[in-house]
Ligand binder design. Structure first.
Ligand SMILES: NC(=O)c1ccc[n+]([C@@H]2O[C@H](COP(=O)([O-])OP(=O)(O)OC[C@H]3O[C@@H](n4cnc5c(N)ncnc54)[C@H](O)[C@@H]3O)[C@@H](O)[C@H]2O)c1
Ligand SMILES: [Fe+2]
Length: 385
């Protein structure tokens, strides 16, 4: 079978690894670093160890901590301006997906004359970026191993930059950083990671054997550990498994792109500022049932992954998988429907219209989605008990 697969050159995964960040960065030929993060992380103290370690090795270490969820363009451009002003020659992104995505674009735009508007889309970025290390503090987006950054435009559209330069030099996984993630963020980000694995495995385009293998392992780890870390947030082994799972799901979907769950989630995030993972969790059960009609075989294979020994026909197994994912979403404690998430029913037609613009992702979905389908899926997500 012909396929292509690209990923980061180096991954370091070890609880406590962030304490040695300075030594790790030494090999990247930079002296003036900018650490990109958000204010919550800065206040939590999670930065203290990494900053101490970096300051012992570098000439200058500055912090940009104004990152916001679903990063607005203006904030990202502020990070770029700071990097330019301070003649920064290396970027460390430390935080959830929002911080990592901001760090990626800062590393790129700090040293190319291109404008943000010119690089939205696939493969449009030119030239080099600054040396880049990405350190996730949520087990969710997998952004540390994807060539993707998702920003929010002034017209409240979530847009993606996809370019090989956005893969970092080093992805550093330190599960200790994720011990403090509160339960609802743990649930939302964990389900986001599972959706990455599911949508990569069922992607209509670029599905490939490496992505499949990673999606399967990711789903097993995430499904097996989400409820454990929700019950006990300081379960380090469980947190490590979640972080490994989200990273592998990231590698998987970086090469076999996600579909309709994400396409329908984006407008919810852009217009109503719901967390990205929650948007996915709200749409997942409905899109799974819709998609399983077209490719029950794929969802039946995933049933074997999460519930080995599942019996029945392909259709029955696909239904078992859909029901299991719905159960997990419900038991995670997140809002169960768009009503609980305070989305007015009158907004659904506009949301469906916006979802249809996410052609970059809809084209990967195993079943075609037209406007009426999108509206129907939002209506189901609104009405479900
Ligand atoms: N680049 C990609 O491949 C990719 C993939 C999926 C999603 N995304 C994007 O990533 C963003 C979502 O990222 P996210 O879900 O990680 O959330 P986030 O980065 O927006 O963070 C959510 C909240 O969790 C807090 N937080 C993060 N780590 C914490 C910790 N260890 N302890 C306590 N609090 C912590 C943050 O301060 C923030 O308040 C969205 O913009 C989404 O579109 C990108
Ligand atoms: Fe996602």
């Amino acid at each position: 079978m012909s396929f292509q697969f690209e990923t980061v050159r180096r991954i370091e995964s070890r609880p406590g690894a962030v304490e040695d960040l300075g030594v790790l960065v030494r090999g990247l030929s930079c002296r003036r670093l900018l650490v990109v993060t958000d204010s919550g992380i800065e206040k939590s103290g999670l930065l203290d160890g990494p900053l101490r370690s970096l300051r012992a090795e570098m000439d200058q270490v500055s912090v940009f901590s104004k990152v916001q969820a679903d990063p607005p363009e203006a904030v990202v451009l502020e990070a770029v301006a700071q990097a330019r002003e301070e003649k920064i020659d290396g970027i460390v992104g430390l935080g959830g997906g929002s911080s990592l995505d901001t760090a990626k674009i800062a590393a790129l735009l700090a040293c190319t004359p291109q404008k943000l508007d010119d690089i939205y889309g696939i493969g449009l970025a030119r030239g080099e970026r600054l040396p880049l290390v990405l350190i996730p503090t949520t087990a969710g987006t997998g952004s540390e191993v994807t060539p993707i950054a998702i920003l929010t435009t002034p017209s409240t559209e979530k847009k993606g930059v996809v370019a090989p330069q956005l893969l970092p030099d080093i992805a550093l996984l330190d599960a200790k950083l994720t011990l403090s993630v509160p339960p609802l963020v743990t649930a939302a980000t964990g389900i986001d990671a599972m959706v990455h694995a599911i949508e990569a495995y069922t992607s209509k385009h670029l599905k490939n054997p490496l992505s499949d293998a990673m999606a399967v392992r990711a789903l097993r780890l995430l499904h097996g550990n989400l409820q454990k870390v929700l019950a006990n947030g300081s379960d380090l082994a469980g947190r490590e498994a979640m972080l490994e799972g989200s990273m592998m799901a990231g590698m998987s979907f970086a090469n076999a792109p996600v579909g309709a769950v994400h396409a329908l989630a984006y407008p919810l995030g852009a217009h109503f500022h719901l967390p990205h993972g929650l948007c996915n969790a709200l749409m997942l059960p409905h899109v799974l049932v819709f998609n399983a009609e077209a490719r029950p075989d794929l969802y039946a294979e995933l049933a074997e992954v999460v519930l080995p020994g599942t019996a029945g026909t392909v259709q029955e197994k696909a239904r078992v998988f859909t029901e299991e994912m719905t159960r997990l979403a419900i038991e995670s404690g997140l809002p169960r429907n768009l009503r609980e998430a305070k989305i007015p029913e009158s907004a659904l037609p506009d949301l469906a219209e916006d979802a249809m613009k996410v052609e970059r992702l809809l084209r990967n979905n195993p079943r075609e989605v037209v406007y009426d389908d999108a509206l129907h899926l939002y209506q189901q997500a609104w009405r479900v008990a």
